[in-house]
Design a protein around this ligand. Structure first.
Ligand code: F6R
Length: 369
């Protein structure tokens, strides 16, 4: 079953290029229009949307955080992301022109399901992004986009996360297309960039040996911090979550710019800080800001573990360990930058002697609130 891998998690990490490719397959019709799987909404309903809420838990919530950047950029519709367990207790403002996007690998997560039901009571339209055909969340939604990750066995989500990102990008592009706004013209170009991602994920996977070596060195660390900005911020959160759940270590993700507002006090001689650096092309300001954040933590003794784009030489002087990922458009970068963090967490947990596939206290599908 594990096809020669020690853990399902390693097998599922390795399956990511295929999972991403499958999720992209057959999404365009002959006219180049993006298609959702099940749509009980009209295009007019989607044109009327004036607000998007994304609700999800855990890793799926991190996918939603990335989606917010893409959806707002491409559609110019305000988009908020909220933990499903918080959403309905807050009395959120929803009506017929709100689109609620519920993201769930299992389709059975009770917190997400209850958020969805609350949204429907308020007459909002609900679109599900889900990996499990016919599960409760897609059944109760007005529209569905399935991720084609295949069954995910390991408790920690990996390939489902990457496919959730792909599905979120597709939803953003579909909304832009249906609404005919400025970015609708770019849809074809972004779809072409997405088509290149399976190969880029494959390239990252081929370069994981140094990450495994580093993982063995970090197995005794007291705490590991993760920093990122823009779409790399949720990637930092996801890296920290993986390490907590698998290695039972203290790990925290921060928005890089927030460090100086408090968390930088945590940094001590030798504290490992994983820094996810945005591309130096395009949004150069973002890149330069993160590089100065890396300098700041290093000046306080941090051991910096830097994930940066191929050819990014500006980070070299400040990286104790440097790992490159292929050149990728900024919004799509989480598809490659997340992978080394998954491998890092898996290998640290394994070095500490934990059962990577069945971490203590956790279940694959959380069907209680
Ligand atoms: C983390 C993890 C969980 C799930 C969360 C939501 O590795 O797997 O955080 O992402 O419980 O589960 P789904 O996506 O099934 O709703």
């Amino acid at each position: 079953e594990k096809s020669g891998y020690d853990y399902f998690m390693l097998k599922e990490i390795a399956e990511q290029p295929h999972a991403v490719a499958e999720t992209l397959l057959g999404r365009l019709n002959e006219q180049g229009d993006l298609l959702l799987d099940e749509v009980r909404l009209t295009d007019q309903d989607l044109r009327d949307v004036d607000k998007v809420f994304i609700v999800a838990c855990g890793t799926a919530y991190h996918a939603g955080m990335v989606a917010k950047y893409a959806i707002e950029h491409w559609t110019r519709i305000p988009c908020e992301v909220e933990l499903a367990s918080e959403f309905r207790y807050r009395d959120p403002v929803l009506d017929r022109s709100t689109l609620v996007v519920a993201i769930s690998q299992s389709g059975e997560t009770m917190d997400t399901l209850m958020a969805l039901r609350h949204a429907k009571e308020q007459k909002a339209r609900v679109l599900a992004i889900c990996n499990t055909n016919g599960s409760t969340i897609p059944r109760e939604s007005d529209a569905v986009l399935y991720t084609h990750a295949g069954p995910e066995i390991a408790v920690a989500s990996t390939k489902a996360f990457l496919t959730q990102l792909v599905a979120c990008y597709l939803v953003g592009l579909h909304l832009a297309q249906v609404r005919g706004i400025k970015y609708a013209d770019e849809v074809g170009a972004v779809v072409a960039q997405l088509q290149e991602m399976p190969q880029k994920v494959e390239q990252v996977l081929a370069m994981m040996e140094p990450i495994r070596k580093l993982a063995r060195e970090l197995a005794d660390a007291k705490s590991v911090l993760f920093i990122g900005r823009h779409v790399s911020y949720p990637v930092a959160l996801e890296g920290a979550l993986k390490l907590k759940e698998l290695a039972y270590m203290h790990a925290e993700g921060f928005a890089a710019g927030e460090l100086k507002h408090g968390p930088i006090a945590l940094i001590d001689e030798g504290t490992p800080v994983v820094c996810v650096v945005p591309s130096p092309r395009g949004r150069g300001v973002l890149h330069d800001k993160v590089v100065s954040n890396i300098q700041e933590v290093r000046a306080r003794g941090a051991r910096t573990i830097v994930i940066a784009e191929d050819g990014d030489t500006a980070v070299e002087p400040y990286a104790d360990h440097l790992f490159h990922v292929p050149v990728t458009p900024t919004l799509l970068a989480p598809l490659v930058t997340t992978v080394p963090l998954q491998v890092l967490a898996c290998e640290i947990a394994s070095a500490r002697g934990h059962d990577v596939d069945q971490p203590r206290n956790l279940a694959k599908s959380v069907t209680v609130e």
